[in-house]
Design a protein around this ligand. Structure first.
Ligand code: MF3
Ligand code: CO
Ligand code: CO
Length: 235
């Protein structure tokens, strides 16, 4: 888990104007292999890369390629590694060069939303409380949640139950218990959260071109809350 955080920090350092997203992919792939890990997205349902790179109006599942990053881009980088039989999944959003104020604000509110979601986790609580909290934080910050995409149970499988909403969902009554592991990964936008998928079959963009930001952690439910497994400090 902490290795995911470390590699994401390295990728953030590499993300300067003129960097190709394919360079980020190559670094993530090389680091995974060096660690004896596998980049879970590579070949997952045919996904062609070792991480997702999602700039600006791309909400998620962007495919790294030869396109160069530019000053002012808002880039999400989502990396999942599989090692010793389990997956760890995390995403950060960074500014390339200098961000416009509204993009910087979107990035901040996206991090607030993830933190609010994590604060809603604890034994005996239901998974739907996470969506209430992530959405409230987004609304407080003047942003919207892209509710098409949800968090997910994770462990020996990349995606499993429970499905974790990022907006209120009365159906999300799954009750949390210590030791359960899942992701929280709200995508926020400053505009309309409607999404369409490009003809590559993966890249999810906002219909109106509004920019997006996303932060994700893999978390474990503890006796009194939760602990992120995808931070530098995680064991
Ligand atoms: N890491 C993404 C998630 O948070 C999943 C990416 S699947 C891919 O669940 F195939 F698009 F890579
Ligand atoms: Co992810
Ligand atoms: Co995920």
């Amino acid at each position: 888990g902490s290795e995911v955080a470390r590699i994401l920090a390295e990728l953030a350092q590499m993300s300067r104007p003129g960097t190709a997203t394919a360079e980020l992919d190559a670094h993530a792939h090389a680091e995974a292999i060096r660690l004896g890990a596998y980049p879970s997205t590579l070949g997952y349902r045919g996904f062609p890369a070792s991480l997702c790179t999602s700039p600006n109006e791309v909400a998620c599942h962007g495919i790294p390629g030869p396109a160069l990053l530019s000053d002012g881009d808002l880039l999400s980088i989502d990396l999942t590694l599989w090692r010793d039989g389990i997956h760890a999944d995390a995403c950060i959003t960074i500014g390339v060069g200098e961000l416009a104020p509204h993009a910087a604000r979107l990035m901040e509110v996206a991090l607030d939303s993830l933190n609010a979601g994590m604060a809603a986790v604890g034994p005996g609580r239901v998974v739907g409380e996470i969506g209430v909290a992530t959405e409230a934080a987004a609304t407080r910050g003047g942003m919207r949640i892209v509710d098409t995409f949800r968090g997910h149970g994770i462990g020996t499988a990349f995606h499993g139950p429970p499905s974790v909403p990022h907006v209120p969902d009365v159906m999300a009554s799954f009750r949390l218990e210590p030791g359960m592991v899942f992701t929280i990964e709200p995508i926020l936008t400053w505009g309309d959260p409607a999404i369409r998928t490009l003809t590559d079959g993966w890249t999810a963009v906002t219909v109106d071109g509004s920019w997006c930001a996303q932060f994700e952690h893999t978390v474990v439910v503890t006796d009194d809350g939760c602990r992120p497994l995808t931070t530098a400090a995680a064991s």
